[in-house]
Design a binder for this molecule. Structure first.
Ligand SMILES: *Cc1c(COP(=O)(O)O)cnc(C)c1O
Length: 501
């Protein structure tokens, strides 16, 4: 039974190695890759308490991805985390009042996506080498802001890869745009689209679906892969920080070995909180997983009624990375709690596709007993940020504000006094206007760069360097195109003779 961990699509079929799962991104049948069994890390978690972040990552990721040699894994982890993070702990746990905040925003783009996207390119490259792939790996991404920049940073100058990011020219914040168009790296390409995020996303999907175009690229020595959060290579690195935060609590004497801890996670695509569930599956003592949504609360409805229904309007909020109606990674949880039945998962996903809705049985719902769903309105989020700033001396961003508000509602409702880690997913300086308003300052100037410095004054906290110097960096990408021209542009970037023209 205990052969090496392999990967299987949630929609059925044969198992593949972790290399193939990481290279493939999404499974050929449209499902998501899940481990054939949850690995055993081989020692009691308490024995790992002395580990550094990287040492712990080697154990946990090595258990999920056994095909990587420990040398390859070690090298990849060093390239991902050694120089690029602004905090020696990588994922520091900050205690304020009786609250614990797990800060996942000390990477190069100041949001939690760096935790996995710093590592994925290195894993992808090693997997590609191991499979004997000679082709250049091309990452194509449409972004509404955060993912694109984190992917650019991760892939910049990683040999054998090329990354092309499309963003809606008028649909991202000024800080987000500056972050992208100043991106360094010989293999990075950033293109503004005349259109919105959906246009960019549709364009990318069309390119992926165009067999003829793929053939042309194949002949030119290129292949596509995905840096999207459906790639298992993004999910597994996220398991590490949940275990790390638990070990930090142990080391500080806040908990006894074996004592359960809750996690409150601001959620969008369900990747981050699913990693917490996977941590529980490998033996971490987890109490409740508090799934915090903003007013696009499809997940809250799902956990309280058993009905998933995306038939509603998407509302733009102050926590944009959580503005999402189809949380892709939920498919992996469904698979696990429905007894690993690919037919059933397929049925739900078909229904979601055709009618935008599905309903699960009461028996399946009992599989979610460790999840608690809650949501925060825009006012709730702002007052949570204000409360934390004025009463706990802690400055948090809008996404973390959602997680904090929902946690406090949970405690009021249940009286549960289990120690809880609130996952802090972005630096407050990424959303200066909303944060200034929430702590009672004046945000009435349109210019986000000015507001970054105003937030420094109001809060007494230093602007992180990666944002502070944005206005001085040279613009390195200025391409703009219509959504209908995306394919030609990709070809223009990748065609083999481009050097000689
Ligand atoms: C992506 C993101 C989230 C949501 O994470 P999921 O894994 O998609 O649930 C929350 N906060 C921030 C700042 C993010 O960038």
């Amino acid at each position: 039974m205990a052969g090496p961990v392999q990967y299987k699509s949630t929609r059925g079929g044969e198992s593949v190695s972790c290399f193939e799962a990481i290279m493939g991104g999404i499974a050929p049948d449209g499902g998501l890759y899940v481990p054939t069994r949850f690995p055993n890390i081989g020692k009691p978690l308490t024995d790992l308490a002395g580990c550094s972040y990287i040492q712990l990552a080697r154990q946990i990721i090595g258990a999920f991805f056994p095909d990587f040699s420990s040398r390859d894994l070690e090298q990849s982890l060093r390239s991902a985390y050694d120089q690029k993070f602004g905090h020696p702990d990588i994922a520091p746990l900050v205690k304020k009042g009786q609250y614990f905040f797990l800060e996942l925003f000390h990477g190069p783009t100041l949001a939690f996506k760096d935790m996995a996207l710093s590592l994925l390119p290195h894993l992808l490259k090693k997997a590609s080498l191991a499979l004997g792939n000679q082709k250049k790996i091309v990452i194509l991404t449409a972004t509404s802001g955060d993912t694109g920049k984190a992917a650019l940073e991760g892939f910049a100058d990683v040999q054998g890869t090329e990354i092309i990011v499309f963003y809606p020219k008028k649909g991202v914040s000024r800080i987000q745009e500056r972050q992208m168009i100043t991106q360094e790296g010989r293999n990075t390409h950033v293109v503004g689209i005349e259109g919105n995020f959906d246009d960019a996303q549709r364009g990318v999907k069309e390119i992926f679906a165009d067999r003829q175009f793929q053939k042309r690229l194949d002949d030119a020595g290129c292949m596509f892969s995905s840096a999207n959060s459906i790639n298992i290579g993004r999910l597994v690195p996220q398991v590490v920080y949940y275990v790390y935060s638990y070990l930090t609590l142990l080391k500080r004497g806040e908990i006894r070995p074996g004592q359960a801890v809750n996690f409150s996670v601001p959620t969008g695509n369900f990747g981050n909180i699913l990693a917490a569930y996977y941590a529980q599956k490998i033996g971490l003592p987890v109490g409740k997983l508090i799934c915090a949504s903003n007013i696009n609360h499809v997940l809250y409805d799902f956990f309280t009624t058993g009905i998933y229904d995306r038939n509603r309007n998407l509302v733009a909020t102050s926590s944009p990375s959580m503005d999402i109606l189809v949380s892709s990674n939920l498919e992996r949880l469904l698979y696990d709690v429905c007894g690993k039945d690919p037919q059933l998962v397929g049925k739900f996903q078909d229904a979601l596709q055709s009618s935008g809705r599905y309903e699960i049985s009461d028996r399946m719902r009992s599989g979610f007993k460790d999840f608690y769903g809650g949501y925060a309105t825009e006012t709730d989020t702002a007052s949570a940020i204000g409360y934390a700033f004025h009463n706990l001396d802690y400055l948090m961003d809008t996404h973390t504000g959602v997680g904090f508000d929902v946690y406090r509602k949970y405690v009021r409702q249940t009286g549960d006094d289990t120690k809880t880690v609130i996952v802090s997913t972005a630096s407050p300086f990424k959303f200066p206007d909303k944060v200034i308003e929430a702590i009672g300052g004046n945000s009435s100037t349109g210019d986000q760069m000015e507001l970054v410095y105003r937030l420094e004054e109001v809060s007494g906290q230093k602007v992180p360097q990666n944002i502070g110097n944005l206005d001085q960096l040279p613009v390195r990408h200025d391409r703009v195109c219509a959504a209908s021209q995306m394919k030609e542009l990709v070809w223009d970037i990748l065609k083999p003779d481009k050097e000689t023209r």
